[in-house]
Design a protein around this ligand. Structure first.
Ligand SMILES: [Zn+2]
Length: 346
Protein backbone atom coordinates (compact mmCIF):
# COMPACT_ATOMS: atom_id res chain seq x y z
CA UNK A 1 0.00 0.00 0.00
CA UNK A 2 1.47 3.31 -1.01
CA UNK A 3 0.18 6.70 0.07
CA UNK A 4 -0.42 7.61 -3.54
CA UNK A 5 -3.09 4.89 -3.69
CA UNK A 6 -5.09 6.57 -0.94
CA UNK A 7 -7.78 9.05 -1.92
CA UNK A 8 -7.45 12.46 -0.26
CA UNK A 9 -6.02 12.61 3.29
CA UNK A 10 -2.98 14.55 2.06
CA UNK A 11 -2.49 16.55 5.29
CA UNK A 12 -2.63 13.42 7.42
CA UNK A 13 -0.28 11.57 5.08
CA UNK A 14 2.25 14.40 5.08
CA UNK A 15 2.10 14.41 8.85
CA UNK A 16 2.67 10.66 8.98
CA UNK A 17 5.67 10.73 6.66
CA UNK A 18 7.18 13.65 8.58
CA UNK A 19 6.94 11.64 11.83
CA UNK A 20 9.02 8.92 10.23
CA UNK A 21 11.41 11.31 8.47
CA UNK A 22 12.08 13.08 11.77
CA UNK A 23 13.20 9.76 13.23
CA UNK A 24 10.89 10.19 16.21
CA UNK A 25 8.65 7.21 15.71
CA UNK A 26 6.80 6.46 18.92
CA UNK A 27 6.63 2.84 20.10
CA UNK A 28 2.88 3.11 20.30
CA UNK A 29 0.66 4.99 17.93
CA UNK A 30 -3.03 5.17 17.26
CA UNK A 31 -4.82 6.08 14.08
CA UNK A 32 -8.22 7.17 15.29
CA UNK A 33 -11.04 7.39 12.78
CA UNK A 34 -13.28 5.14 10.71
CA UNK A 35 -11.27 1.99 10.12
CA UNK A 36 -11.96 1.77 6.38
CA UNK A 37 -10.15 5.13 6.14
CA UNK A 38 -7.63 4.65 8.94
CA UNK A 39 -6.43 1.15 8.03
CA UNK A 40 -5.09 1.95 4.53
CA UNK A 41 -3.19 4.86 6.14
CA UNK A 42 -1.72 2.55 8.80
CA UNK A 43 -0.73 0.08 6.10
CA UNK A 44 0.96 2.70 3.92
CA UNK A 45 2.61 4.17 7.02
CA UNK A 46 4.25 0.85 7.97
CA UNK A 47 5.32 0.34 4.37
CA UNK A 48 6.92 3.77 4.37
CA UNK A 49 8.56 3.05 7.74
CA UNK A 50 10.24 -0.10 6.40
CA UNK A 51 10.90 1.07 2.83
CA UNK A 52 14.52 0.84 1.76
CA UNK A 53 14.23 3.64 -0.79
CA UNK A 54 11.80 6.24 0.54
CA UNK A 55 10.83 8.73 -2.12
CA UNK A 56 10.67 12.47 -1.46
CA UNK A 57 8.94 14.83 -3.86
CA UNK A 58 9.60 18.47 -4.57
CA UNK A 59 6.20 19.10 -6.08
CA UNK A 60 2.72 17.64 -5.94
CA UNK A 61 0.45 17.15 -2.95
CA UNK A 62 2.45 14.27 -1.42
CA UNK A 63 5.75 15.11 0.19
CA UNK A 64 6.96 11.53 0.36
CA UNK A 65 5.98 7.91 -0.26
CA UNK A 66 7.42 4.42 -0.10
CA UNK A 67 9.07 3.18 -3.30
CA UNK A 68 6.69 0.26 -3.79
CA UNK A 69 9.50 -1.72 -5.39
CA UNK A 70 11.97 -2.79 -2.72
CA UNK A 71 11.66 -6.24 -1.10
CA UNK A 72 10.35 -4.70 2.09
CA UNK A 73 7.62 -2.73 0.27
CA UNK A 74 6.56 -5.84 -1.58
CA UNK A 75 6.32 -7.87 1.62
CA UNK A 76 4.26 -5.24 3.37
CA UNK A 77 2.05 -4.64 0.33
CA UNK A 78 1.23 -8.35 0.26
CA UNK A 79 1.03 -8.50 4.08
CA UNK A 80 3.67 -11.22 4.03
CA UNK A 81 6.30 -9.35 6.03
CA UNK A 82 7.50 -11.71 8.79
CA UNK A 83 7.72 -8.89 11.33
CA UNK A 84 4.23 -7.54 10.69
CA UNK A 85 1.54 -9.02 12.93
CA UNK A 86 -2.16 -8.37 13.31
CA UNK A 87 -4.50 -8.55 16.25
CA UNK A 88 -8.22 -8.15 15.58
CA UNK A 89 -11.59 -9.15 17.06
CA UNK A 90 -12.58 -12.78 16.70
CA UNK A 91 -15.27 -15.13 17.98
CA UNK A 92 -15.94 -18.84 17.76
CA UNK A 93 -16.69 -20.11 14.26
CA UNK A 94 -17.41 -23.46 12.65
CA UNK A 95 -13.62 -23.85 12.31
CA UNK A 96 -12.51 -22.59 15.71
CA UNK A 97 -15.01 -23.87 18.24
CA UNK A 98 -13.29 -22.67 21.39
CA UNK A 99 -10.70 -20.18 22.59
CA UNK A 100 -10.73 -18.03 19.46
CA UNK A 101 -7.91 -15.53 18.99
CA UNK A 102 -6.27 -13.68 16.12
CA UNK A 103 -3.56 -16.29 15.67
CA UNK A 104 -6.17 -18.74 14.41
CA UNK A 105 -7.39 -16.42 11.67
CA UNK A 106 -4.27 -14.74 10.27
CA UNK A 107 -4.85 -16.12 6.77
CA UNK A 108 -8.50 -15.07 6.72
CA UNK A 109 -7.63 -11.61 7.96
CA UNK A 110 -4.85 -11.16 5.43
CA UNK A 111 -7.18 -12.18 2.59
CA UNK A 112 -9.84 -9.84 3.93
CA UNK A 113 -7.39 -6.94 4.00
CA UNK A 114 -5.89 -7.69 0.61
CA UNK A 115 -9.32 -8.11 -1.01
CA UNK A 116 -10.55 -4.77 0.21
CA UNK A 117 -7.16 -3.05 0.30
CA UNK A 118 -7.79 -2.19 3.94
CA UNK A 119 -11.22 -0.65 3.35
CA UNK A 120 -13.34 -3.28 5.11
CA UNK A 121 -15.25 -2.43 8.26
CA UNK A 122 -16.11 -4.53 11.28
CA UNK A 123 -19.36 -5.90 9.80
CA UNK A 124 -17.56 -6.94 6.61
CA UNK A 125 -15.00 -8.71 8.79
CA UNK A 126 -17.64 -10.54 10.81
CA UNK A 127 -19.24 -11.64 7.53
CA UNK A 128 -15.89 -12.84 6.20
CA UNK A 129 -15.24 -14.68 9.43
CA UNK A 130 -18.72 -16.22 9.44
CA UNK A 131 -19.43 -15.52 13.12
CA UNK A 132 -23.04 -14.63 12.40
CA UNK A 133 -24.52 -12.61 15.24
CA UNK A 134 -21.74 -13.07 17.74
CA UNK A 135 -19.70 -10.10 18.85
CA UNK A 136 -15.98 -10.29 18.24
CA UNK A 137 -13.50 -9.46 20.96
CA UNK A 138 -9.77 -9.04 21.41
CA UNK A 139 -8.85 -11.19 24.39
CA UNK A 140 -6.09 -12.24 26.75
CA UNK A 141 -4.93 -14.96 24.34
CA UNK A 142 -4.33 -12.22 21.77
CA UNK A 143 -2.18 -10.38 24.28
CA UNK A 144 -0.04 -13.46 24.82
CA UNK A 145 0.41 -13.49 21.05
CA UNK A 146 1.53 -9.85 21.08
CA UNK A 147 4.10 -10.51 23.77
CA UNK A 148 5.54 -13.59 22.09
CA UNK A 149 5.53 -12.07 18.57
CA UNK A 150 7.16 -8.86 19.70
CA UNK A 151 9.74 -10.43 21.94
CA UNK A 152 11.14 -12.53 19.10
CA UNK A 153 14.12 -11.15 17.30
CA UNK A 154 13.07 -9.31 14.15
CA UNK A 155 13.48 -11.60 11.16
CA UNK A 156 14.38 -8.76 8.87
CA UNK A 157 16.50 -6.88 11.39
CA UNK A 158 14.23 -3.84 11.35
CA UNK A 159 10.99 -2.97 13.06
CA UNK A 160 8.69 -5.51 14.64
CA UNK A 161 5.19 -4.25 14.06
CA UNK A 162 1.90 -5.13 15.66
CA UNK A 163 -1.33 -3.68 14.31
CA UNK A 164 -4.35 -3.89 16.62
CA UNK A 165 -7.30 -3.44 14.27
CA UNK A 166 -10.55 -2.21 15.89
CA UNK A 167 -8.69 -1.75 19.17
CA UNK A 168 -11.89 -0.67 20.94
CA UNK A 169 -12.91 -4.33 20.89
CA UNK A 170 -10.21 -5.25 23.42
CA UNK A 171 -11.44 -6.69 26.70
CA UNK A 172 -10.05 -5.78 30.08
CA UNK A 173 -7.49 -8.55 30.35
CA UNK A 174 -6.07 -7.69 26.92
CA UNK A 175 -5.98 -4.01 27.89
CA UNK A 176 -4.04 -4.74 31.08
CA UNK A 177 -1.47 -6.86 29.29
CA UNK A 178 -1.16 -4.32 26.50
CA UNK A 179 -0.55 -1.65 29.09
CA UNK A 180 2.38 -3.61 30.52
CA UNK A 181 3.90 -3.87 27.03
CA UNK A 182 3.41 -0.13 26.52
CA UNK A 183 5.02 0.66 29.85
CA UNK A 184 8.13 -1.29 29.00
CA UNK A 185 8.41 -1.11 25.24
CA UNK A 186 10.89 -3.43 23.63
CA UNK A 187 13.38 -1.62 21.42
CA UNK A 188 12.54 -1.73 17.73
CA UNK A 189 8.87 -2.50 18.26
CA UNK A 190 5.87 -0.53 17.08
CA UNK A 191 2.33 -1.11 18.26
CA UNK A 192 -0.22 0.57 16.02
CA UNK A 193 -3.79 0.78 17.25
CA UNK A 194 -6.38 1.35 14.55
CA UNK A 195 -9.49 2.47 16.29
CA UNK A 196 -12.86 4.12 15.57
CA UNK A 197 -13.58 5.32 19.07
CA UNK A 198 -11.18 5.69 21.96
CA UNK A 199 -13.95 6.11 24.56
CA UNK A 200 -13.61 2.57 25.83
CA UNK A 201 -9.82 2.53 25.94
CA UNK A 202 -8.13 2.83 29.33
CA UNK A 203 -6.92 6.39 29.96
CA UNK A 204 -3.54 4.89 30.83
CA UNK A 205 -3.36 3.34 27.36
CA UNK A 206 -4.48 6.55 25.66
CA UNK A 207 -1.82 8.54 27.47
CA UNK A 208 0.89 6.20 26.21
CA UNK A 209 0.02 6.23 22.53
CA UNK A 210 0.66 8.97 20.04
CA UNK A 211 -2.75 9.64 18.53
CA UNK A 212 -3.32 10.78 14.98
CA UNK A 213 -6.90 11.64 14.16
CA UNK A 214 -8.15 10.67 10.75
CA UNK A 215 -11.17 12.56 9.54
CA UNK A 216 -13.54 11.28 6.89
CA UNK A 217 -13.36 12.76 3.46
CA UNK A 218 -16.72 14.41 3.01
CA UNK A 219 -15.68 16.75 0.25
CA UNK A 220 -14.33 13.75 -1.59
CA UNK A 221 -17.64 11.95 -1.04
CA UNK A 222 -19.42 14.77 -2.80
CA UNK A 223 -17.01 14.70 -5.71
CA UNK A 224 -17.41 10.97 -5.89
CA UNK A 225 -21.19 11.24 -5.93
CA UNK A 226 -21.11 13.76 -8.76
CA UNK A 227 -18.82 11.43 -10.68
CA UNK A 228 -21.03 8.44 -9.90
CA UNK A 229 -24.19 10.36 -10.89
CA UNK A 230 -22.75 11.21 -14.27
CA UNK A 231 -21.59 7.66 -14.84
CA UNK A 232 -24.90 6.19 -13.76
CA UNK A 233 -27.03 8.45 -15.94
CA UNK A 234 -24.78 7.84 -18.95
CA UNK A 235 -25.17 4.12 -18.41
CA UNK A 236 -28.94 4.16 -17.78
CA UNK A 237 -29.56 6.00 -21.05
CA UNK A 238 -27.79 3.21 -22.92
CA UNK A 239 -29.88 0.52 -21.33
CA UNK A 240 -32.89 1.65 -23.35
CA UNK A 241 -31.18 1.62 -26.72
CA UNK A 242 -28.60 -1.11 -26.16
CA UNK A 243 -26.21 0.01 -28.85
CA UNK A 244 -23.46 -2.49 -28.27
CA UNK A 245 -20.49 -0.35 -29.21
CA UNK A 246 -21.50 2.50 -26.93
CA UNK A 247 -22.55 0.19 -24.15
CA UNK A 248 -19.26 -1.62 -24.32
CA UNK A 249 -17.34 1.67 -23.99
CA UNK A 250 -19.48 2.62 -20.99
CA UNK A 251 -18.94 -0.79 -19.40
CA UNK A 252 -15.18 -0.39 -19.90
CA UNK A 253 -15.33 2.89 -18.07
CA UNK A 254 -17.17 1.38 -15.10
CA UNK A 255 -15.04 -1.77 -15.06
CA UNK A 256 -11.98 0.51 -14.95
CA UNK A 257 -12.87 1.58 -11.40
CA UNK A 258 -10.99 -0.32 -8.77
CA UNK A 259 -12.97 -3.02 -7.04
CA UNK A 260 -13.84 -1.03 -3.93
CA UNK A 261 -14.94 1.94 -6.04
CA UNK A 262 -16.98 -0.26 -8.33
CA UNK A 263 -18.74 -1.74 -5.33
CA UNK A 264 -19.47 1.78 -4.03
CA UNK A 265 -20.78 2.74 -7.45
CA UNK A 266 -23.12 -0.25 -7.55
CA UNK A 267 -24.35 0.54 -4.04
CA UNK A 268 -24.91 4.10 -5.16
CA UNK A 269 -26.88 2.83 -8.19
CA UNK A 270 -28.96 0.67 -5.87
CA UNK A 271 -29.77 3.63 -3.64
CA UNK A 272 -30.75 5.79 -6.62
CA UNK A 273 -33.03 3.04 -7.98
CA UNK A 274 -34.69 2.65 -4.60
CA UNK A 275 -35.17 6.42 -4.30
CA UNK A 276 -36.62 6.54 -7.80
CA UNK A 277 -39.08 3.79 -6.95
CA UNK A 278 -40.15 5.31 -3.62
CA UNK A 279 -40.42 8.81 -5.02
CA UNK A 280 -42.28 7.90 -8.15
CA UNK A 281 -44.65 5.71 -6.12
CA UNK A 282 -45.26 8.73 -3.91
CA UNK A 283 -45.58 11.02 -6.92
CA UNK A 284 -42.52 13.06 -5.86
CA UNK A 285 -39.86 14.16 -8.32
CA UNK A 286 -36.51 12.44 -8.02
CA UNK A 287 -33.38 14.38 -8.89
CA UNK A 288 -31.03 12.22 -10.84
CA UNK A 289 -28.91 15.24 -11.67
CA UNK A 290 -28.42 14.21 -15.28
CA UNK A 291 -28.67 17.80 -16.47
CA UNK A 292 -31.55 16.69 -18.71
CA UNK A 293 -34.86 17.59 -17.08
CA UNK A 294 -36.88 15.37 -19.36
CA UNK A 295 -34.76 12.33 -18.54
CA UNK A 296 -34.86 13.17 -14.81
CA UNK A 297 -38.64 13.41 -14.95
CA UNK A 298 -39.20 10.31 -17.06
CA UNK A 299 -36.66 7.84 -15.71
CA UNK A 300 -38.01 7.37 -12.17
CA UNK A 301 -41.39 6.39 -13.65
CA UNK A 302 -39.68 3.41 -15.22
CA UNK A 303 -39.00 1.91 -11.79
CA UNK A 304 -42.19 0.31 -10.59
CA UNK A 305 -43.46 -2.45 -8.39
CA UNK A 306 -43.09 -4.72 -11.43
CA UNK A 307 -39.37 -4.39 -11.78
CA UNK A 308 -37.84 -2.96 -8.59
CA UNK A 309 -37.19 -6.44 -7.15
CA UNK A 310 -35.51 -7.60 -10.39
CA UNK A 311 -33.36 -4.48 -10.44
CA UNK A 312 -32.32 -4.86 -6.82
CA UNK A 313 -31.52 -8.51 -7.32
CA UNK A 314 -29.43 -7.84 -10.44
CA UNK A 315 -27.46 -5.16 -8.57
CA UNK A 316 -27.04 -7.43 -5.53
CA UNK A 317 -25.67 -10.19 -7.73
CA UNK A 318 -23.24 -7.79 -9.39
CA UNK A 319 -22.02 -6.51 -6.01
CA UNK A 320 -21.56 -10.10 -4.88
CA UNK A 321 -19.59 -10.91 -8.05
CA UNK A 322 -17.37 -7.83 -7.65
CA UNK A 323 -16.71 -8.70 -4.02
CA UNK A 324 -15.64 -12.14 -5.09
CA UNK A 325 -13.22 -10.82 -7.63
CA UNK A 326 -15.22 -11.70 -10.76
CA UNK A 327 -14.01 -10.21 -14.02
CA UNK A 328 -15.55 -6.77 -13.73
CA UNK A 329 -16.27 -6.27 -17.40
CA UNK A 330 -18.28 -9.46 -17.70
CA UNK A 331 -20.14 -8.78 -14.46
CA UNK A 332 -21.05 -5.26 -15.64
CA UNK A 333 -22.09 -6.43 -19.09
CA UNK A 334 -24.34 -9.09 -17.63
CA UNK A 335 -25.79 -6.56 -15.24
CA UNK A 336 -26.48 -4.19 -18.14
CA UNK A 337 -28.55 -6.83 -19.95
CA UNK A 338 -30.48 -7.75 -16.82
CA UNK A 339 -31.27 -4.12 -16.02
CA UNK A 340 -32.20 -3.40 -19.62
CA UNK A 341 -34.66 -6.28 -19.56
CA UNK A 342 -36.05 -5.25 -16.17
CA UNK A 343 -36.53 -1.62 -17.20
CA UNK A 344 -38.67 -2.71 -20.13
CA UNK A 345 -41.03 -4.47 -17.72
CA UNK A 346 -42.43 -1.23 -16.41
ZN1 LIG B 1 10.38 0.46 -0.73
Amino acid sequence: MQFKDIVGQRDTINRLTSIIDSGRVSHAQMLLGEVPTAMPLAWAYLQYLCCEHRQHYESGDLRADSCGECPSCKKIASLMHPDLHFIFPTATTSKVKEKPWSGEFQGEFRDFMLDRQGHGDIDDWYDALGIENKQGLIRELDADGVVSDLSLKAYEGGWRMMVVWMAEKMNESFANKLLKTLEEPLPGTLIMLVCESDERLLPTIKSRVQTIRVTGHNSKDKEENAEFAEMLVGWLRMLFKLKMKELSAQVDKMAGLNREQLKLFLQYAQKVMRDCFLNSAAGVACHLGSGDEKFDAQFPKMITVNNIALIEEALDDAIFAVERNAYAKIAMMELSFRLSKALKKK
